[in-house]
Write a protein that binds this ligand. Structure first.
Ligand SMILES: [Zn+2]
Length: 231
């Protein structure tokens, strides 16, 4: 905990330090130093046609084409803290850089056929409080590499806070919160839904279901920076 606070403090004072280990970054390094980048606990899910994300989101009538998550999310580890910093510490540029870097690592083949990047939205009150949506920042990073446009047809309904609920309650609570505006814009599009992390999958599933229900002709894929382990 103390180290985490010190790291966060250092990140504010010295933004040119690695957000994982705290060491100074050298020329050509951004967000993470080379060592932390090499040691990133990659999932390599994208190389499996039916991977852990497909399994977690498996729903009849809701086929998912591609699914990628850059690294495994372990609670309280420095990579997890980097994501928390991107989300809560007024550091949208971290999310943007990570989205860009993962897109670069995946290569253009992964993005072949994808028409639209769709960030998982934040409810408006959360957005106003935080000032940015980390998923949108990740999408901006992905778009800078791929040139694929970002859409904002997804919205979130108001729902009670998730933090004090059990996993089952959270899943039920999140299952119907997303909805789509102007679904006709999405007809026949292959949409890559983007978020920072996939945990139970309930938020992602809510978005995918909303998109498929609003416009059944869409093709869906999933991109996240991190994934927790299946329970
Ligand atoms: Zn480092």
């Amino acid at each position: 905990m103390a180290i985490s606070i010190i790291n966060q403090f250092l990140n504010i004072i010295f933004p040119n330090n690695c957000h994982v280990c705290g060491n100074s970054l050298v020329d050509g390094e951004e967000t993470m130093c080379l060592t932390c980048r090499l040691n990133l606990p990659r999932t390599n899910f994208h190389s499996e046609p039916f991977n852990e994300i497909h399994q977690r989101l498996a729903t009849p009538g809701l086929p998912i084409d591609k699914a990628a998550a850059w690294f495994h999310y372990f609670r309280d580890n420095p990579y997890a803290r980097m994501l928390q910093t991107a989300k809560y510490n007024q550091s949208p540029e971290i999310a943007r850089h990570l989205g860009r870097d993962f897109a670069n690592e995946l290569g253009l083949d992964f993005f072949n056929g994808i028409d639209i990047l769709m960030p998982v939205p934040l409810h408006i009150t959360k957005f106003l409080k935080r000032g940015y949506n980390q998923a949108e920042e990740i999408a901006l990073g992905v778009s800078s590499v791929t040139g694929i446009p970002i859409a904002d047809n997804l919205r979130m309904r108001r729902h009670s806070t998730q933090t004090r609920k059990s996993a089952t309650q959270r899943a039920a609570n999140a299952s119907n919160i997303a909805y789509v505006t102007y679904p006709e814009e999405l007809a026949d599009k292959h949409i890559l839904v983007i978020d920072d992390i996939i945990t139970t999958g309930s938020t992602m599933l809510s978005c995918l279901k909303a998109l498929k229900t609003a416009e059944p002709s869409v093709k869906l894929s999933v991109f996240t920076l991190a994934a927790t382990h299946a329970e």
